[in-house]
Design a protein around this ligand. Structure first.
Ligand code: AMP
Length: 417
């Protein structure tokens, strides 16, 4: 039997109800904050990700699903959504009338990572990105929006970690002190980091290899080299989070090793997921729109790990499971034909009905009605057809009432209003 690809997964009925509920809550909250939906393609030119995520990152070096299309152009299954949203913002000149634009999108991402609990090769993200605002207020607003979403989804164990990465003005001094630190530790770094420390020392800070993490303890922190402007920005972020009663921790290890990531960076972490403790991550990327060929416009955003969110929500899929409103138990060919017509007419009128689609005994049809948890069963046989009325049985009270055959759709429609 052909099985699905390693690291990929099916989301089955029984789970999809929870996913849809989360989508509904998230999109309505984001829209209240002024974000609008954007849908971007699953594939892009490889160069878009290489330039935006960075050539010497794990994602671009090792994890992308990249292949030549039939004409030989290199294309990649998207490993994240930000690059495509920035591309769309530039390509369609979405900044022309007003540079301030806020978008959200939900969809699958692809990274060829080592699969383990909470880490898949196709996983889903909920993204929100805001363009055209440099102020720290909007960073605080993004974090507040995330935590409001998590609380609406009954996530109890979620905590914000924040940091600042400075800007191109304060970074050279920081890079210099970091390089000095790295040269004293180079024998303890992994091969990738030894190579990266010459090219882009910032990258070493977010290496996930445990021995590198250990070697980096005591490394200089960007916060200590912030220029006055960046210091003020970070202060406003903290003050506004406090005003919003958001609990947060300043986490100096939260870095993104590329130059266009600036100032605010944050992560929402949880203790409920074991090793994969990040349920959402984000930050400011003021340099990226320009790097990708657009005007100099600041931007900030986040990505939530949707799969991980479904695992930590206090809501249960069973709370959203769909049940039929009525089961039609039909005996004999004529009744089955009538039941089939009612089934279609009821569904078209918004009443969920189920039928047996076959010749089976009343007992077995009642059993099936029980199994699908139908609150009502409409019973129809030769006698009911002759009498011109079917029996509607309330499965909880066991009461039965006669419903005229020509009133079935309207009676059940009224009962389910
Ligand atoms: P990133 O785009 O790497 O900043 O990731 C944002 C969020 O997506 C993370 O906090 C995770 O919750 C989630 N995520 C990233 N990679 C994976 C993966 N391979 N499987 C499941 N979730 C992931």
């Amino acid at each position: 039997m052909i099985q699905l690809i390693r690291g990929f997964k099916d989301i089955l009925p029984g789970e999809t109800e929870l996913w849809k509920h989360i989508e509904k809550i998230a999109t309505s909250l984001f829209e209240d904050f002024g974000f609008r939906e954007i849908r971007i393609p699953i594939m892009e030119h490889t160069e878009l990700f290489a330039r935006s995520i960075g050539e010497d990152t794990d994602i671009v070096e090792k994890e992308m699903y990249t292949f030549p299309d039939r004409k030989g152009d290199l294309i990649t299954l998207r490993p994240e959504a930000t690059a495509s949203i920035v591309r769309a913002y530039i390509q369609h000149k979405l900044y022309a009338a007003d540079p301030v634009r806020k978008f959200y999108t939900i969809g699958p991402m692809f990274r060829r990572e080592r699969p383990q609990k909470g880490r898949y090769r196709q996983f889903y993200q909920i993204n929100a990105e805001a363009f055209g605002v440099g102020s720290a207020y909007i960073d605080a607003q993004l974090i507040f929006m995330l935590l409001t979403l998590f609380s609406r989804l009954s996530v109890t164990d979620a905590h914000a970690h924040v940091n600042s990465l400075g800007c191109p003005a304060c970074r050279p001094a920081f890079k210099a002190s970091l390089s000095q630190f790295l040269s004293s530790r180079s024998d303890k770094l992994c091969e990738d980091c030894r190579r990266r420390s010459a090219k882009n020392p910032l990258r070493v800070l977010d290496c996930k290899v445990p021995s590198c993490r250990e070697a980096m303890s005591g490394a200089p922190s960007v916060i200590d080299s912030l220029c006055p402007e960046c210091g003020k920005h970070f202060q406003i972020l903290q003050d506004s989070l406090k005003k919003l009663n958001v609990d947060f921790t300043i986490d100096k290890s939260l870095v993104r090793g590329l130059d266009y990531y600036t100032r605010t960076t944050f992560e929402i972490q949880t203790g409920a997921l074991g090793a994969q403790n990040a349920v959402a991550g984000g930050g400011r990327y003021d340099g990226l729109v320009k790097v990708l060929g657009g005007p100099d416009i600041p931007a900030t955003g986040f990505a939530i790990g949707f799969d991980r969110l479904t695992e930590i929500t206090g809501l249960k899929a069973s709370d959203f499971e769909q049940k039929p409103d009525v089961f039609i138990a039909a005996l004999g060919e004529k009744s089955q034909a009538a039941a089939f017509e009612w089934n279609c007419a009821l569904a078209a009128a918004g009443v969920k009905a189920e039928i047996a689609f076959g010749d089976s005994s009343l007992k077995s049809q009642m059993k099936r009605a029980d199994r699908v948890a139908a609150p009502f069963v409409l019973i129809v046989g030769e006698k009911e057809l002759e009498d011109g009325a079917a029996l509607l049985r309330n499965m909880a009270t066991k009461e039965q009432v006669a419903v005229p055959l020509d009133k079935i759709v309207e009676t059940l429609k009224a009962a389910n209003r």
